[in-house]
Design a protein around this ligand. Structure first.
Ligand code: AMP
Ligand code: ZN
Length: 705
C-alpha cells in the first residue's frame, strides 16, 4: 500500500510534506467537527491520514509534536460549556482490506501471547456514520451528555440530548454510575425531509445526514434540536461503577435490556473468514438500511482480553474499523451549465454521462464556483493539484452520504485535445446583465435584479415557501407556471390575482391542474395570508444574508413596518445615527445591514416592496413569553467574560425572557451585564448612568439563582 514516491523522499521533502499534511488535516478536522461542513470527502481525508502515517513510519524522527495521527476529532467549540470525559472517547484504527483484517487478528494474538490459530471471538457491527455521544447516568437518571470533542474534553449538550427520543431519561436496574456511549445519527428519510424544510425556509442545507445530525445536536437552543429527528444507537460505555457483562456482545445485550436501541446487525464471529463474510453481508445491505454506515467495526469479544490489549495513543488495540471503499466512479463530463439563484448567484453544474455511484445513478454534480473549476480554493491555493475541469473531461465523481455528488478528480491523460479551458461567464446567461464578483466573494452574481427572470422566479419561490408566506396551493411549480404566463412577475402580483383574473377563475379552470374549485381555493388561501407578522414579511423578501433569525432580530428591533422603512431608509447615510442604530443590534453585522439597506433603497426594488406592502396588513413584532419577566422590553448588553454560560447562551436566554440584547452601550441601554475583563463598555455605561450588574446579580434578577 506504501506509495513509492514517498519512499524516495529526502528528509527536506518529507518535512515539508508532513507540514502540508498537518495543515490540511487540521483544517479538515475543523470543518468536519466544528463547522459541520466538510470540504473534502471522507475518502480523501483517509488518504491524507494514511499518507501522513506512512511518512511518519519512514521518518519517525520528523514526526511533529502536534502530529495529526495523535489527534481525535477537534477541540470542543467555545460555544458550549466543556465536559472532561471520565474515560477518554477515542477513535478507531482502520482496516481497508481483508489482509488488514488478518493482521488485526494476528497482531492481537501475538500481543496476548496466543497461538496463531487460537480461538478469539470477535463481534462485528456496522460503523454508524454520525457523531458519538457519551451519556452519563447517575442512579439511573440522565445527568449529562457530551460530544467527543478532542477525545479528552467534549461539549456539554445535555439539554439537546434530552430531546432525543431514543435516549431514555431514566433507567431502572442500571449500575449507579453508567456512561453509555453510542452514535447520534439521522435516517436518510428524515435527512431528506429536513433539507427540504431548510430549502423551503431559506435555511442552511446540510451536505449529508452526518452533518445534519451533528449540526442538529450541536445547537445552542435545544428547542431547535427537538425539531430535528435524531436517533441514537448504543454500542459502548465509559465509566462504570459495576461491569455490564463479561463480553462485548453481553454488554450490548445489557444496554438493550436497559432500554437503548442497539444495532440488529451485530454478530459474533470466530474467524477472519466469518468477519469478512459478515462485512460483505452488511455491505450488500448498505443501500437499504435507511441510514449511513461507512464500514464494519470489529471488537474482541472477551472484555478481559480487551482490558489486557488496552490502547495505543488514540485507538484501542482490541477494535478496528473495516472501512467500505469510497463511493467513487469515473465518467465523462459532458457540459458545464450555469444556474442562476435567488440572489443572482451563478452556480456551475456538471452534466455527466449517467454513472452509478454507490448504488445511485448520478448525472449532475456541483462545481461550486469558478475557482473550484479552475483548480484553486478560496485562498488561491491549488486543489486537485491545480488541475482545472473542462467539458469533455474524464472525471471521478464521489458521493458522501446523500449529498449532491461532487467531482473528486480529473484524469488529464484522457482529456480530449478539443477540450477548452472553461470560461466562467461574466454575463448572466438568463438575462444578459453583467455578472460581477465582489472582493472576497467566491461567487459571481447577476446584477440584473428584478429584470433577471431567473432571480425573479427564485425570489417568488422563496416568497411562497413554508417559512415565508406559505400559501396553500401555491408552490414552486405553480409559481413557475404563473411567471411563465406573465400573471405574476413580483410578489405583489400574487395578491392581485383575484382582482385581475377574478373572472379568470374561468381562465384558470381551463388550465392543466386547475378546476373552478381549486382556483377559488387558491384565491382564498392567498387572502388568508394578507395579514402577516413583520418578521415573516422581512424574511419573505429574500434579501441576501437576511435569513429567518436575522429577520426576527430586525423585526424586534424596529417593531413596526413604518419604523423599519424609516430606519433602513435613513441608515443609507453610513455616518448617521440610523446606521449606527441598525448596527447596534446584536446579531446584525455590517454586511447584513448593508444588504438590507441596498434592498430597501434601490428605487425599483423599493417600489416593488411598497406595492407588496400596500396589499398587506403587517402585524408589529411582539416579544413572546414575556409577560412576567423582570427584563421584558429591557435593552441588555453583555460584556466581559461570563462564567456560567457562553455569550451566545446568555443572549438566547435573555431574549427568551423578552429582553432586547444589543452589542453596544447607548442611552437606550437598560442593563449592562459585566463579567471580569469588562472594558470600555462598562466605563460608558457608568458615564450614562446605566445599571451595571455582575453575572451573579443578573442571574438573580432573571430568577436563575
Ligand atoms: P473514527 O473517528 O472515524 O476513527 O472512528 C471512531 C468513531 O466511529 C467513534 O468515535 C464513533 O463515533 C464511530 N462509530 C460508529 N459506529 C461505531 C461502532 N459500532 N462502534 C464503535 N464506534 C463506532
Ligand atoms: Zn440575470
Amino acid at each position: 500500500m506504501s506509495d513509492p514516491e514517498i519512499s524516495r523522499f529526502t528528509e527536506e521533502e518529507a518535512r515539508t510534506e508532513l507540514d502540508r499534511l498537518a495543515g490540511l488535516l487540521t483544517r479538515a478536522n475543523e470543518n468536519y467537527h466544528l463547522k459541520d461542513a466538510p470540504e473534502i470527502s471522507d475518502a480523501e481525508y483517509d488518504r491524507l491520514k494514511r499518507r501522513n502515517a506512512e511518512l511518519e513510519a519512514l521518518f519517525p524522527h520528523l514526526k511533529r509534536g502536534d502530529s495529526p495521527s495523535e489527534q481525535v476529532g477537534a477541540k470542543p467549540s467555545d460555544a458550549f460549556s466543556k465536559v472532561t470525559h471520565a474515560v477518554p472517547m477515542l477513535s478507531l484504527g482502520n482496516a481497508f482490506s481483508d489482509e488488514d483484517v488478518w493482521d488485526f487478528l494476528q497482531r492481537n494474538r501475538r500481543y496476548l501471547g496466543l497461538a496463531n490459530d487460537a480461538q478469539m471471538a470477535v463481534s462485528a457491527e456496522p460503523k454508524i456514520d454520525g457523531l458519538s455521544l457519551s451519556l452519563r447516568y447517575i442512579n439511573g437518571a440522565l445527568e449529562q451528555a457530551a460530544t467527543r470533542g478532542d477525545g479528552a474534553v467534549g461539549e456539554n449538550v445535555t439539554a439537546n440530548a434530552r430531546t432525543i427520543k431514543d435516549i431514555p431519561p431514566a433507567l431502572s436496574g442500571a449500575p449507579d454510575v453508567l456512561e453509555v456511549r453510542g452514535e447520534v445519527y439521522m435516517s436518510h428519510e428524515d435527512f431528506a425531509d429536513l433539507n427540504e424544510r431548510q430549502q423551503a425556509t431559506g435555511g442552511k442545507l446540510f451536505a449529508n445526514p452526518r452533518n445534519a445530525a451533528a449540526g442538529s445536536l450541536r445547537q445552542l437552543d435545544a428547542e431547535i434540536t427537538r425539531t430535528r429527528p435524531l436517533r441514537f444507537f448504543a454500542y459502548a460505555w465509559g465509566e462504570l461503577s459495576a461491569p455490564l457483562a463479561e463480553t462485548q456482545t453481553g454488554a450490548i445485550k445489557r444496554l438493550k435490556d436497559l432500554g437503548f436501541r442497539t444495532n440488529p446487525l451485530t454478530h459474533l464471529c470466530e474467524t477472519a473468514d466469518e468477519l469478512i463474510a459478515h462485512y460483505q453481508r452488511i455491505e450488500a445491505q448498505r443501500a437499504t438500511l435507511g441510514y449511513d454506515i461507512d464500514g464494519v467495526v470489529y471488537k474482541v469479544d472477551d472484555l478481559a482480553l480487551q482490558e489486557r490489549l488496552g490502547f495505543r495513543s488514540t485507538t484501542p488495540r482490541w477494535a478496528v474499523a473495516h472501512k467500505f471503499p469510497a463511493e467513487l466512479a469515473w465518467t465523462r463530463l459532458e457540459a458545464i451549465d450555469i444556474q442562476v439563484g435567488r440572489t443572482g448567484a451563478l452556480s456551475p453544474v456538471a452534466r455527466l454521462a449517467p454513472v452509478t455511484v454507490g448504488g445511485v445513478v448520478v448525472s449532475n454534480a456541483t462545481l461550486h464556483n469558478e475557482d473550484y473549476i479552475a483548480g484553486r480554493d478560496s485562498k488561491g491555493q491549488p486543489i486537485r493539484d491545480g488541475k482545472d475541469i473542462r467539458a469533455g473531461d474524464w472525471v471521478q465523481v464521489y458521493r458522501a452520504g446523500d449529498v449532491i455528488p461532487k467531482i473528486a478528480d480529473v484524469d488529464l491523460s484522457q482529456r480530449p485535445d478539443s477540450a477548452e479551458t472553461f470560461e466562467f461567464p461574466h454575463r448572466c446567461p438568463e438575462c444578459g446583465s453583467a455578472a460581477v464578483r465582489d472582493e472576497g466573494d467566491a461567487v459571481r452574481r447577476c446584477t440584473g435584479g428584478l429584470i433577471c427572470p431567473a432571480q425573479a422566479v427564485e425570489k417568488l419561490k422563496h416568497f411562497v415557501s413554508r417559512s415565508a408566506f406559505d400559501i396553500e396551493g401555491l408552490g414552486a411549480r405553480q409559481v413557475e407556471q404563473f411567471y411563465r404566463d406573465g400573471w405574476i412577475t413580483e410578489p405583489a402580483d400574487i395578491f392581485r390575482l383575484r382582482e385581475k383574473y377574478g373572472s379568470g377563475v374561468r381562465q384558470l379552470r381551463n388550465r392543466e391542474g386547475w378546476g373552478e374549485k381549486s382556483a377559488g381555493n387558491l384565491f382564498d388561501a392567498i387572502d388568508e395570508k394578507r395579514t402577516i407578522p413583520l418578521a415573516r414579511l422581512i424574511f419573505s423578501l429574500g434579501i441576501r444574508y437576511v435569513g429567518e433569525a436575522a429577520s426576527g432580530l430586525v423585526a424586534l428591533h424596529y417593531g413596526t413596518w413604518e419604523a423599519l422603512l424609516e430606519g433602513v431608509t435613513s441608515a443609507a447615510d453610513l455616518s448617521g445615527p440610523a446606521w449606527e442604530d441598525l448596527n447596534s443590534v446584536d446579531g446584525i453585522g455590517a454586511v447584513m445591514a448593508q444588504s438590507l439597506i441596498t434592498a430597501f433603497n434601490q428605487p425599483s426594488e423599493r417600489a416593488s416592496i411598497e406595492r407588496l406592502a400596500g396589499q398587506l396588513v403587517i402585524l408589529p413584532a411582539e416579544r413572546v413569553g414575556t409577560a412576567d419577566s423582570p427584563v421584558t422590553g429591557k435593552t441588555v448588553v453583555f460584556t466581559g467574560t461570563l462564567e456560567t454560560m457562553t455569550r451566545a447562551e446568555a443572549k438566547v436566554r435573555a431574549e427568551k425572557l423578552g429582553a432586547k440584547v444589543s452589542g453596544s452601550v447607548s442611552a437606550k441601554t437598560d442593563i449592562l451585564v459585566a463579567g471580569p475583563g469588562a472594558g470600555s463598555k462598562a466605563t460608558k455605561a457608568n458615564a450614562l448612568g446605566v445599571t451595571v450588574l455582575d453575572e451573579e446579580a443578573w442571574l438573580r434578577l432573571i430568577g436563575d439563582r
